[in-house]
Design a binder for this molecule. Structure first.
Ligand code: MLT
Length: 357
């Protein structure tokens, strides 16, 4: 009979430990407690072994890559481009799923609450860094609820209008918009989307407030721009390069300080007088917090393989998108960048007083 248990029991019952019935009851109680401790330990060991086995056999079914905007848009284009080579590298299909709404925050919430087993991963852009400032009541924390798989891509934007819009260059666009601000519409992918941020920067630069039209992604916004239902859209080159080349929209400038190789005859907004107008959209790949390290390493390896694939590199170069250096396609690379971007955007958004809720 272990002494310690007997002593605990005396303190708890306050009875006479030397009476036979009391001794038996105390003994039973102690034995039960010991059994409970033992079974908890065994359960922990079994659970640990199960998690290890799951991590080792990962992936044994398809992996879902969640995209926070509509199908056909720029984030979706990147996800589908990566899904095939990542799937090849993992030995399992990577399925892209679009969870849309609230400027990408619905999808972010879904992934934050998904099982941390590696079968749900998340491709998002810099909206991950702006959401905490734009949405004051978020149900997730980008710095606490995720594991970081690596930076993915940097993508420039382009300022566009429907094909038959009256203005033929930036000077004419600014004059037309100033004179017709009540009737000009500017599409975006919802509050906090990069098309929204780029549009706000454009309006504040020329000192005009336009009617904005939110969509669930710039995929459907672009369909309406080409159909003439909306007038203007600022969108990423991962969607716009082929559409600009085919002449299906009018382009007024690119949002980088240098011209883009893929659109060499399109001037920058900066060189046309909008000094310092610069927007480049960075992307990252995430998993729910608590995903086992071994699983994260496998997914990171697949991401690196995909971004090293010569075919993918060529296709991304054709869309003027930059692949980060290898040290950035890492958990630390993405986390460091996300920290810095949250610190950068928080004060800017607070100062502007623009909130999504
Ligand atoms: C999209 O994929 O639709 C865009 O990335 C949305 C946006 O403008 O942020």
């Amino acid at each position: 009979m272990p002494k310690r248990i007997l002593r605990c029991t005396i303190a708890a019952t306050g009875g006479n430990p030397n009476s036979r019935p009391a001794f038996a009851a105390q003994w039973l109680q102690g034995a039960r407690r010991a059994l409970r401790t033992l079974s908890t330990g065994l359960l922990c060991l079994a659970a640990g072994a199960w998690v290890n086995a799951q991590a080792q056999s990962f992936p044994n079914r398809p992996v879902v890559m969640v995209v926070p905007f509509a199908a056909g848009g720029p984030t979706d284009v990147v996800a589908r481009m990566l899904a095939v080579p990542m799937g090849k590298s993992l030995g399992q299909t990577v399925v892209v799923e679009n969870t849309v709404g609230a400027g990408g925050t619905l999808a972010t919430q879904r992934v934050a609450r998904a099982p941390a087993d590696g079968y749900t991963i998340f491709l998002h852009h810099m909206g991950m860094a702006t959401a905490p400032a734009l949405y004051r009541k978020l149900s997730f924390d980008p710095l606490k609820d995720f594991e970081y798989l690596g930076q993915v891509l940097d993508v420039p934007m382009t300022m566009l209008a429907r094909k038959d819009f009256p203005a033929n260059n930036l000077t004419e666009l600014i004059a037309y918009v100033r004179a017709n601000k009540e009737k000009v519409t500017l599409a975006n992918a919802g509050l906090g989307a990069v098309s929204h941020l780029c549009g706000m920067l454009f309006m504040s630069t020329i000192g005009v407030d336009l009617t904005t039209v939110p969509y669930k992604g710039t995929g459907p916004a672009m369909t309406d721009l080409m159909g003439g239902q909306v007038d203007l859209l600022c969108d990423q080159t991962t969607q716009t390069v082929p559409i600009i080349r085919d002449g299906r929209v009018k382009v007024y400038g690119v949002t980088t300080l240098k011209r883009l190789a893929a659109l060499a005859n399109v001037p920058t907004l900066d060189e046309q007088g909008m000094k310092g107008f610069e927007v480049k959209v960075w992307h990252g790949l995430y998993a729910p917090k608590g995903t086992p390290r071994e699983v994260l390493d496998k997914i990171n390896g697949a991401l690196r393989d995909a971004l090293a694939d010569p075919g993918i590199r060529q296709r991304l170069a054709d869309l003027s998108s930059d692949i980060p250096s290898p040290d950035k396609i890492t958990a630390a690379g993405l986390k460091t960048h996300l920290d810095a971007e949250i610190a950068k955007w928080g004060p800017v958004i607070q100062k502007a007083g623009v909130y999504a809720d």
